[in-house]
Design a binder for this molecule. Structure first.
Ligand SMILES: *Cc1c(COP(=O)(O)O)cnc(C)c1O
Length: 356
């Protein structure tokens, strides 16, 4: 606390990211990074971008990168916004699109950065409880006749549950809320859910946010993007150009474009993550865990006979870190990122020794 702070600062409750340990040799299954590494073509493009041209500012519009994204999804440049990680893209969306008289609605169990942005930007919000089995109930997001309703935000698949909402259900929400923006955070969509990107062609109130951090294994690069109608994208651009005209540097623009264009590597590595996940789900089941069906690169699981915080601590003693949230409703669950097959084997082996 300092008397020099702006008034809003004292009231903030900042997001606490998963630990990035300085110790080597830990098996790190706590922040949903991709174990298979970035595309070699992306790495080569970034090395090539490290030259004398770095003395120049990057293209403020990231046109070459946005064209690669446009080609990949079959949309046009004015439908794409890029930023320094999807956390930044989301932050800009909070300011540009989600601050209205009617409160923003999002699930009670979801990405814990959302309430943090509400605090930073003074956005009023209301959480909508997931069902007992952690599903989004679409009926909770359909406004009653004559009701004033605000914007909606949810990840698909949801985090930290991993549960996906079918595309038809998402379209019901978007279609029923024509006077409000619906933001779908698709950080994990490539691991088994249906993307809502095709819906932006017929719903101008839908914004889809994606990231290269998970399925393209580029968390260290910080690259996220949003796809939506040109009017929504222009709103994001207006905020971005009032804040930082160059959020995506030259190296990131080159590497991200090459990563998006390397479809073969993308398909191969995301299939490997999915396969490894299915094997881990089976092993956890045989150890007695209840595992929520996951369409993400993590699983959310509880053991009926073992306290989750105690399990997480016991794993840590064995050099394996997973994520535990001490929040109501989910404090008996562990969120376990999908590692390499051998990392997952080591996890299962450690659990077997802990659970005897
Ligand atoms: C990881 C994650 C993000 C943020 O991704 P970055 O692009 O690395 O900022 C956004 N939303 C959800 C739900 C995530 O899990």
């Amino acid at each position: 606390m300092s008397r020099y702070w702006s008034p809003v600062v004292a009231g903030l409750s900042p997001y606490v990211p998963g630990e990035q340990p300085k110790l080597a040799n830990l098996i790190k299954l706590n922040t949903n990074e991709n174990p298979f590494g970035p595309s070699p073509k992306a790495l080569a493009a970034m090395r090539a971008a490290c030259d004398d041209a770095l003395r120049l500012y990057p293209d403020p519009a990231s046109d070459r990168l946005r064209q690669a994204i446009a080609n990949h999804y079959g949309v046009t440049l004015p439908q794409i916004f890029v930023g320094n990680g999807s956390d930044e893209v989301l932050a800009i969306a909070f300011q540009a699109l989600l601050d209205h008289d009617a409160p923003l609605r999002f699930p009670d169990i979801t990405y814990s950065f959302y309430p943090v942005y509400c605090g930073l930007y003074g956005v009023r919000y209301q959480t909508i409880p997931l069902t007992a089995d952690f599903r989004i109930d679409v009926a909770d997001y359909l406004p009653a006749a004559g009701q004033a309703y605000g914007p909606i935000l949810f990840p698909n698949p949801n985090a930290p549950t991993g549960r996906a909402l079918p595309l038809a259900e998402i379209e019901r929400i978007v279609a029923a809320n024509r006077d409000a923006v619906v933001v779908v955070d698709e950080a994990y969509v490539d691991f088994g859910a249906e993307s809502a990107v095709p819906l932006v062609q017929r719903h101008d109130n839908l914004l889809v946010v994606q990231t290269l951090s998970k399925s393209r294994s580029l968390a260290g690069l910080r690259l996220g993007y949003a796809i939506g109608s040109p009017a929504l994208i222009e709103g994001l651009e207006r905020v971005k150009n009032s804040f930082n005209s160059y959020p995506v540097d030259r190296v990131a623009q080159a590497g991200a474009a090459a990563a998006i264009e390397d479809a073969e590597y993308f398909d191969r590595t995301r299939s490997a993550v999915i396969q490894t996940r299915e094997a881990l789900v089976e092993s956890l089941g045989s150890l007695g865990f209840d595992v929520i069906p996951s369409a993400a690169n993590f699983v959310f699981a509880r053991h009926p006979a073992s306290d989750a915080a105690t399990l997480a601590a016991a794993l840590r003693e064995r050099g394996i870190i997973v994520r535990h949230f001490s929040h109501p409703r989910i404090d008996q669950y562990l969120r376990i990122s999908i590692g390499t097959p051998s990392e997952c084997d080591a996890l299962v082996h450690a659990l077997r020794t802990i659970l005897v």
